[in-house]
Each structure stands twice: as structure tokens, then as C-alpha cells.
Design a protein around this ligand. Structure first.
Ligand SMILES: [Fe+2]
Length: 187
């Protein structure tokens, strides 16, 4: 599992089909902190009737991090379950992650989630990140994280990936964040 190509491909953006693009817009702007930076709709050059495609980013040196696409007929789907779990019997995306540039930004964001009444489904020290998992309005798992210092995990990525230390999700302690990071030695 050694890294052989330091200039290899990266995952770039994600496009989500959504049942209520206004609800998803609120989640990805107010809860996540993205800004809308573009759209394709009936009134844009490449748009057509019935199309509502919106683009979002977390910083202005990127063109988009995520796109939301309004599905034509939401009525054929049952209401979304917001009871996201890491292990579920389903196909497709388990979760995707939004990375905040610092511990302080991450903690600010947790306060916003709490104020918006968005449930922390899981929270923990994941060896290389501190992470909180929530469900977006369609029930997709979204991980909010900040990265621990590279020195913590770089020598043994697999050991860090295997590490999970649960943290409180309910009380006021769910907004605390310990900084005694465990380091992972080469195996
Ligand atoms: Fe993750």
C-alpha cells in the first residue's frame, strides 16, 4: 500500500442529485459554509427548461467543490432517513468529507451545526482526523473534519485508518476537542 506516484490523480468534486434543491442549498451554504459560485438553469446560456444545477465552493481559488442537481420528480421517493449510520446495507456513497483548514474553523462549524439542530450521528478521533458525521437533507453521510498534523499519521497510514476513538455527540462536551493526538509508528 506504499505511495508510488506523488503526482497521482485526486478526487475533485462531487455532484449530488437532490430532492429539494433549496433545502440542500441551505445545508451546503449555512451548515457547511460553502458559497454558491454558479448555476445552470433555464435563464443561463447552456440551460434549458426544467434544469436546476447549482455549483458551490469553499474557497475562491477553486471553480467548484460540489454541485447540486434538482431531480425532476421527487414525489417518487419516500422521505429521506436522516438516521445515517456508518454500516448500512446499501450501495453507493457511504459518506464524503468536508475538510476545514484549522481546528478553530472546525469547532466554529460544529457550533453552527448545533445551532441549526443538525444531529451529530458520530464523532471521534479517526487517527488522522477529528471528525463529526451528519446527514444532509437527503440522508447522505457528510463528515466534517480537520486534519491532525501529518507527523501523527504519515509513518503508518493504515494504523491511523484503523484507529477510532469515539467522542461524545450529545452533551456540551460534544463541542470540546482534545489535542493529545495519538501518533502512529511505522509497522
Ligand atoms: Fe471519512
Amino acid at each position: 500500500m506504499a505511495q508510488t506516484n506523488p503526482n497521482g490523480p485526486t478526487l475533485q468534486h462531487l455532484a449530488l442529485m437532490v430532492r429539494d434543491i433549496d433545502a440542500s442549498h441551505r445545508f451546503y451554504t449555512e451548515a457547511v459554509g460553502f458559497e454558491q459560485c454558479g448555476k445552470i438553469g433555464a435563464d443561463t446560456p447552456t440551460g434549458q427548461r426544467g434544469i436546476d444545477f447549482r455549483f458551490y465552493r469553499g474557497a475562491d481559488d477553486r471553480h467548484h467543490d460540489i454541485a447540486l442537481v434538482q431531480i425532476p420528480d421527487p414525489s417518487v421517493f419516500p422521505p429521506a432517513s436522516l438516521e445515517w449510520e456508518m454500516i448500512e446495507n446499501k450501495l453507493g456513497i457511504n459518506h464524503f468529507a468536508i475538510c476545514y483548514p484549522s481546528r478553530e474553523d472546525f469547532l466554529e462549524r460544529l457550533k453552527v451545526l448545533r445551532e441549526m439542530g443538525i444531529e451529530f450521528r458520530q464523532r471521534g478521533n479517526h487517527g488522522m482526523t477529528h471528525s463529526v458525521y451528519v446527514a444532509d437533507p437527503d440522508g447522505n453521510g457528510v463528515e466534517f473534519l480537520y486534519e491532525l498534523p501529518e507527523s501523527v499519521w504519515i509513518d503508518n497510514v493504515n494504523a491511523a485508518l484503523n484507529y477510532w476513538e469515539p467522542m461524545d455527540t450529545q452533551s456540551e462536551e460534544a463541542l470540546d476537542d482534545p489535542t493529545e493526538y495519538k501518533s502512529f509508528a511505522p509497522s
